[in-house]
Structures are given as C-alpha cells and as structure tokens.
Ligand binder design. Sequence first.
Ligand code: SAH
Length: 365
Amino acid sequence: MKKSIYDIIAQEEYFKADMIRLLGVHGSHDIETLRCAAEKTLFDNCGKRVFFRGLIEFSNHCICDCNYCGIRKSNAAVRRYVLKKKEVVDSALFCAKQGYGSIVLQSGEREDDAFVTYVEDVVKTIKRETVSSVLPDGIGITLCVGEQTRETYERFFAAGAHRYLLRIESSTPRLFEFIHPKTQKLQSRIECLRTLKNIGFQVGTGVMIGLPTQTLEELAEDVLFFKDMDVDMIGMGPYIVHTETPMALHKDETAARHDEILQLSLNMIAVTRLVLKNVNIASTTALQAMDATGREKGLLFGANVIMPQSTPTDVRNDYLLYEGKPCLDENALQCKNCIERRITSIGREPGYNSWGDSLHFSNCI
Ligand code: SAH
C-alpha cells in the first residue's frame, strides 16, 4: 500500500522515493502537513531566529556563459560595473549598523589577478572596519564569487571570509550540461566545493528549481547530493527566465508553470530541512520575485536565513540575473524595516548582531 505523507514524515530516514513523494505534494492539506513538519524540524534543531546576510552585488563582470543567467558574458546589453572599494566597505558598514551580523559579497565570475586582489583587499578592510562591541570579530563574510583555484580560496579565507556559497545549480550531469556551455563542468564545481571544505570554510551550495525538463527525481538527487557533500548552508530558489539568454526559448512553458514552480521551491526547502536538519537555509530573493510574500513563505517552509538587498541602489538595476527582481528601488533602510516586519509577522525573531553560523558546522568541529 502507498505510504501516506504522515507515514513518510514520521520516518527517521528518507529514501529517494519518499523525497520524490514529498517534493510533489499538492493540495492544501498535504502541503500544510509537509510545512508543519519542516517548521518543527527547524525549531527543534535551530530555533526561531532568522539570520541576516546583507547582500552586496559588487560587480556584474562575468567570464561564464550560463544559459540561464542575465549577466552571462554574451549578454551585450548589460552595463558592466565594479563598485569602488569604498562603496563596498560603506555598504558593509551600513549592514553592520543595521544589526546584520553577516554579509554576502556576490559577483559575476572572474579569475584574473586584479579581481582576486580586489576581493582579498575588500574582505580584509571590511573585517577590520566592522569590529565593534557587538561584533568583536567584525561582520561575518560569505563570499559568492564562483569557481576559483585552491590558492585563491586560501587567500580569501586568510583575508577573513569564513563562508563560501557555490551553487551546484543541478547535481545531475544531464541537467547541468543542458543549462551550461560545454566548457563549464559539473566535476570542477564539485572539486571546488571539496577544496572549500578542506580549507575550512563553512560551505553552501544549492540548485535552481523548476528548470525546463528538470524532474522530481533529479531534485531528490540534489538533496542527496547536499547530504553526501555534508554542506553547512543551502541557497536555492526558483528558476526565473531572463529574456536575453538561450533558455528564454522555454519562456512560455516556464511562465505557464509559475504557481507549480513556486510550490515546488517551497517543497524543496521543506524536504531539505527534513533531511539535513541543522543546516542554514536561505529564503532567497528569487522566491520574492515570484510572489510578493515569497520570502516569508520560504521561512514558513523551513528556511532560517534572509538576505536583505544591500547593493547601492544606482547599480542594482544592472545586476539582473533574472526578470522581475524585487526591491530594485528601495533603499537599504527601507529594506531592513520591510524585512523585520515580515519576520515578526510570522512569529519568528530577527537574529540581529550575530553571525548566525550554521549549527551543522559548529556541531562538526
Ligand atoms: N558567479 C557566482 C555568483 C552567481 S549569481 C557563482 O558562480 O557562484 C548567484 C546565483 O544566481 C547563481 O548561482 C544561480 O543559481 C542564480 N541565478 C542565476 N540566474 C538565475 C535565473 N535566471 N533564475 C534564478 N536564479 C538564477
């Protein structure tokens, strides 16, 4: 007899077939059962606090040509920018002042010397300038600047970044190849994740959800990949079309699946929480791009990290990975007030002035 959703959730261990069932739940009753279980697992393992990562998108120059991404190298319509060091440092200081204990420095991918030295210098300066009585070791820094050599990762770590986010995008070879040019390899991304762990970073990864041709089985394999890689953090969200990309070919079918992809993204957060238990999971901006209350929904389905947009407003419009990105014209202070309201409105607590490290990482060392 087919197991009920209750039976599956009550199990200690989840098999791939169970995950596939949970990922595909629909109908308000089953969805609520899944959501409650994920929320309980979150509260039991990590508590009610939601941690902040002020998101600073410091450059959109990119040497990669991902088939889904709006800032891909081949998109000539993008106005390219690199923030001045002072602008990044000022944004970080602003985040510290708002009580965000951590920031994410994100950019397109580059591997030239000037870039590596710039990132290293920015990280060092931010660490030095954000030391305070509430943040005695400075603000927590997560880097999200793509695939780099071991030596570069070591320099970033020595400079003071202690977390690194590198999404695998899809862990299944078939789908990874479908969404990337031939020059970009799944295996090299996996190697980077291993290197980052080995150096001592808290490591995050994640995937896009609702990619054309992606199956529930592939998403279940992604969750198993997260588990096998023993990562500390997850950042994932719905795939959203950008017109100036090769995957815009599938625009209409993606648009027609809007509600389904939104729910699938929430189910994916819930299943990841049930399986990985004490990792940090971000409720990403892409969720809010799909639904005005998408980020709250992400928190309700088991996420515990939120990334307030902290990029200077004048370049935010140039960092468009996908269409319909929210908060483009809100200044960072409006963003903070709005997010705090959203967190308290669902009975959670803002985790101000704390790095909010993944308990999965702290419990392993
Ligand atoms: N260069 C960095 C940062 C990339 S942008 C790196 O390689 O890690 C951050 C993330 O945005 C990507 O990892 C990808 O998962 C997501 N992204 C890009 N295009 C997207 C789209 N069209 N829809 C949803 N998410 C997208």
